[in-house]
Structures are given as C-alpha cells and as structure tokens.
Design a protein around this ligand. Structure first.
Ligand SMILES: [Zn+2]
Length: 116
C-alpha cells in the first residue's frame, strides 16, 4: 500500500518539525509547504478514505487559490487546538492499484517503514 507505516521523512514548515508523511502524498505536502501553506497533519487514507491534509486558519485562502476543495473544520473537543481545517489532496492512495504501487517492496531511497 501505502501501508500504514510507509513513510517519507519531511521537514514541514509548522514549527520546522521533521515528520513521517505517508509516502504517496509526501511530494504534494512538500509543495504545499513551499507555497507557504502551514500543514498540521495529513493522511493518504490508505485506500479507506480520501487523502486529506489539515491546515491552519491562515492557509485557507491560499489553499482555495491553489484550487483545493475545502472539506471541513476539524473540532478538537479535548485539545487546545482551534482553527484546523481539512482539505482533500490531489495525490494519495485511492484505488488498490495505487496502493500496490506504493508497496513497501518498492520503497527506495529516503522512504522507510516506520511501524508494521
Ligand atoms: Zn498512501
């Protein structure tokens, strides 16, 4: 798949943190960051749901300008985070073919498997 745990290490612009990003969406997240979008989280969906990215409030306008579909406001009931907005990504695992394409056996270079 992009099986759970097939990641690419990426330094994101949110607090300059190094994060494990689902391999099949890592390039798109990098591009968003280069466009000044503050990405707070993301998931490729692993074939179970649509690939999504979470961005902060200030990035909404830029995301819409880039042509992304607004999905929803994420509410954290228990956590001190507000203004987290979900957008659908263009890349990511949507079909089983795409999932297989990102199979762990085909991983090269800077990709690695984090968990099993
Ligand atoms: Zn994936």
């Amino acid at each position: 798949m992009c099986k759970y745990g097939t990641y690419k290490l990426l330094k994101v612009n949110y607090r300059n943190l190094e994060r494990c990003i689902d391999a099949c969406i890592a390039n798109e997240i990098k591009e968003l960051n280069e466009n000044g979008i503050i990405t707070l989280g993301c998931c490729c969906g692993h074939g179970e749901h649509a690939p999504v990215v979470l961005v902060n409030e200030k990035s909404i306008k830029s995301m819409l300008t880039l042509g992304y579909d607004y999905d929803m406001l994420i509410e954290y009931s228990n956590v001190d985070i507000s203004g987290v907005h979900q957008f659908k990504l263009n890349t990511g695992c949507k079909t089983s073919d795409e999932i297989n394409k990102w199979s762990i056996e085909q991983i090269e270079g800077d990709l690695f498997s984090g968990f099993s």
